[in-house]
Design a protein around this ligand. Structure first.
Ligand SMILES: [Zn+2]
Length: 189
């Protein structure tokens, strides 16, 4: 008697590969259900399955090998499924980390921040902006403020340039001219 597909991968409950474009049963490897995190229905097999990434729209294969790692090494809940390809998963993790770093350091950077801290915040916000397009106004305002402060602090000697080059030519560059000489206007007779 089969219980939840223990005798054959094709008999596994469908919800384990919900939304899959294809399930490649010939790739099935038997799972060690003792190591899985489940309440009623374990996954008896790991099977290569194709999905469509909800972020980049590309198709990807969630491999049997990955599934083994998810459910036996990382103790993911047994019903878990990937919604994103491996590249997008990496990018999403990075963005989450950046957002955490921003939240953890922005206040300190604002109060008594060093040039490095402020530059780091500017870099974080630029990357988040590239990924998400529009960010909350407060975040972009803070970035603008730090950008100006960094630009000012980065100037040599950190003093404003009070003597911009004079746009007018110096006296030496002006050709002496006699055009101003007034012609004598006749004698007095
Ligand atoms: Zn993707």
């Amino acid at each position: 008697m089969d219980i939840f597909g223990n005798t054959h991968p094709k008999k596994m409950p469908e919800h384990f590969f919900f939304g899959a474009l294809a399930v490649h049963h010939q790739t099935a490897v038997r799972a060690n259900v003792e190591k899985q995190n489940y309440s009623v229905c374990p996954r008896h097999w790991y099977v290569d399955a194709d999905f469509n990434c909800q972020r980049c729209g590309r198709d990807f294969t969630w491999t049997a090998e990955e599934q083994k790692a998810w459910f036996e090494d990382y103790s993911f809940w047994v019903d878990s499924q990937p919604r994103h390809c491996i590249t997008c998963r990496g990018q999403i993790r990075r963005l989450v980390d950046l957002r955490k770093e921003y939240d953890a350091t922005v206040a300190a950077a604002r109060d008594r921040g060093t040039l490095d801290q402020k530059s780091r915040i500017v870099a974080i916000v630029s990357e988040l902006q590239q990924a998400f397009g529009k960010l909350p106004e407060k975040v972009t305002e803070t970035m603008g403020l730090f950008q100006r402060q960094v630009a000012r602090m980065a100037e040599p000697g950190a003093t404003p340039n009070r003597h911009p080059p004079c746009p007018f030519p110096s006296a030496a560059e002006v050709q002496p001219s006699d055009s101003l000489r007034t012609p004598s206007s006749g004698g007095c007779g």
